[in-house]
Each structure stands twice: as structure tokens, then as C-alpha cells.
Design a protein around this ligand. Structure first.
Ligand code: AHR
Length: 308
């Protein structure tokens, strides 16, 4: 159950335009681009002045951006932390300046949870479990080993840690399913392709399944599989996460088996939380995005409804 935090002591902002400082991770994936668009559009719609900063995948840039938001005395700071660790110092600085912080999409591992007001985004462990459960069902009744290669997200990031954990937990239900190789592809298509090439070189036809922590890496890997003369989905079952349009296109082309939904459309929720904070309202400590899973069979039907 969601616990309630005490309202941040914000007063006297009723008349002026609310200023929100947002530090984005970068533009590593189709998901991230959709997330940035959602935040920018929602700020405009809500009449909130958005100070947007792109960290180009570097934690040091995010820390610099947060410090600059503090110096500019913004009303609220929000950010998607590229990795989980190393935020306490800068978050303490924000707290000392009485600027509330909202975490979006990814979590931090700070023991002191008073350093941020709320964390809104997906349950990444559950996403990993959904991917694992789908595989357990898929191989039910079939014989032989199930050798999985795993393309992990950015090292030290919440989605990479949690999606690995959830998947491993779920595949325990079938001891034949084994992860034979696991390496980071940094959530990008280029890295996903490169690492898949290395997996194919090392393991070749032994590979039965690819589990990619996001669609972009899966799409890169599909290219590597085809270039190696194999058929994605037919020779290697492919499971990924995000459910971006690119994944639906791959499913409709018969090259991707399933994608677990992870919604990047956090903008409207972030703006409403920002307004609530400025109005002195309390927020739940955790706001979880509701999500589903899309197997290849439903891709053509669902595609026209996709918003990202
Ligand atoms: O934090 C969410 C993850 O980050 C998405 O799954 C991935 O595509 C993005 O880069």
C-alpha cells in the first residue's frame, strides 16, 4: 500500500508560473525520446515553465543540472536517474534548499527516502517476471534445453538490475531454462547489435532465446541474427521490454515474439504531481504505472492504438 509523505513546505507560489527543472538521461532509445516528448508536451499543456536538461547518459551531467536548478531556485526538481547509486549528496543539497524532488521512471538506492518526495514509474521487477513467465509458458510441453542470452540495460541502472532479477526469478519455474551469456548493450540499438554478434560468434546455434532489457537492443540484435544467416523468432525466440512502435513493427514482420509494456508517457502525471506539491498537497511515496504484455499474435490489432 502506498504510504503518504508529509507535504513539502511550499508557500507563496500561488500566483506565479511554476518552474520545474527536469534532468533527462539522454536519448538512448525510442522509449526515451517518447518520454522526453511526453514531458515537454505536458508542461506546455499545464502552463508549467520547464527547464529541460539532457545529460547524455552521464551521471555527472545530471548532478550538474540538479545543482544548477537549485541555484536557479526552481519550484520543483524532477529527474530520471541514469544509475541507482551516488545521489545522496546532491539530493541533500536540494533538501537543504527546500526544493522538492520527484523521481521519474528510475529509482535511486538512497537509504534516506526523505531525500525525494515521490517516485513515479514502472515496476521493473514485475516487467522482468512477465518476460520470464511468458517464456516458461512458451516452452511448456516441449523437450530439450532452453539456452537464453541476455542483453542487459545500462550497468547500474534500476531497469537493468530489476529486469534481470524479475526474469531470473520467473524462469526458476523451469530448470531447463538457463542464461548462458549476459552482457550490457546499454539500451541502444548499436550496442545491442554488437553484443548479439559476439553472442552468436561464441554460442552460435546453441542459442534458443534472446531476452533483451529493451526493444531497441532487441531490434539491433535482430539485425545481427539476420546477418548471421539465421531467422529471428524462428531460430531464436526474442523477448523484449518497452512496447515501442518499432517493436510492434518487428512483431508484425514476424521477427519479435513478445514485448512487455513499459510506458514512457509520464508527462501528465509529473505535471499534476508538480502542481500538487506547489499547492502544498501530499503525494503517495510510490506511483506505479499500470502495464501489460503484447505477444506477436496481437501486434497488428494493437499497433494502430499505440501512442509511442
Ligand atoms: O528506464 C526505462 C528504460 O530506459 C527503457 O526500457 C529503455 O528503453 C530506456 O532507455
Amino acid at each position: 500500500a502506498a504510504s503518504l509523505t508529509t507535504a513539502w513546505p511550499l508557500t507563496g507560489f500561488a500566483q506565479k508560473k511554476i518552474v520545474l527543472g527536469f534532468s533527462q538521461i539522454g536519448a538512448e532509445s525510442e522509449w526515451r525520446t517518447a518520454n522526453t516528448e511526453s514531458i515537454k508536451a505536458a508542461a506546455k499543456e499545464a502552463g508549467i515553465e520547464l527547464k529541460f536538461s539532457d545529460a547524455q547518459q552521464k551521471q555527472e551531467n545530471q548532478i550538474k543540472a540538479i545543482r544548477s536548478f537549485i541555484a536557479q531556485k526552481v519550484d520543483v526538481i524532477a529527474f530520471s536517474p541514469v544509475v541507482e547509486s551516488g545521489w545522496d549528496t546532491v539530493l541533500r543539497e536540494a533538501k537543504a534548499a527546500k526544493i522538492p524532488v520527484i523521481l521519474t521512471d528510475r529509482a535511486v538506492d538512497s537509504k534516506d527516502t526523505s531525500l525525494y518526495v515521490t517516485f513515479m514509474g514502472s515496476d521493473f521487477i514485475e516487467e522482468g517476471r512477465k518476460a520470464g513467465r511468458w517464456l516458461v509458458e512458451k516452452v511448456k510441453g516441449k523437450t530439450g534445453d532452453v539456452n537464453v542470452v541476455e542483453l542487459q540495460g545500462t550497468v547500474g541502472s534500476a531497469p537493468a538490475i530489476d529486469r534481470k532479477k524479475g526474469f531470473e526469478e520467473a524462469i526458476k519455474a523451469d530448470p531447463r531454462i538457463k542464461i548462458i551469456r549476459s552482457q550490457t548493450g546499454d539500451f541502444t540499438r548499436a550496442k545491442g547489435k554488437e553484443v548479439m554478434e559476439a553472442f552468436l560468434k561464441a554460442e552460435g546455434k546453441k542459442i534458443n532465446v534472446l531476452y533483451a532489457h529493451n526493444d531497441d537492443m532487441a531490434i539491433g540484435a535482430i539485425q545481427a541474427i539476420e546477418e548471421a544467416g539465421m531467422k529471428p523468432s524462428k531460430d531464436i525466440t526474442i523477448i523484449s521490454i518497452d512496447a515501442v512502435k518499432g517493436a510492434f513493427e518487428a512483431m508484425m514482420a514476424g521477427k519479435l515474439d513478445v514485448t512487455v509494456e513499459c510506458s514512457p508517457l509520464l508527462g501528465p502525471q509529473l505535471m499534476s504531481a508538480t502542481k500538487d506539491l506547489v499547492a502544498g498537497k501530499s503525494l503517495p511515496k510510490r506511483i506505479v504505472t499500470e502495464e501489460t504484455i503484447f505477444p506477436m499474435e496481437v501486434a497488428a490489432r494493437e499497433f494502430p492504438k499505440r501512442k509511442y
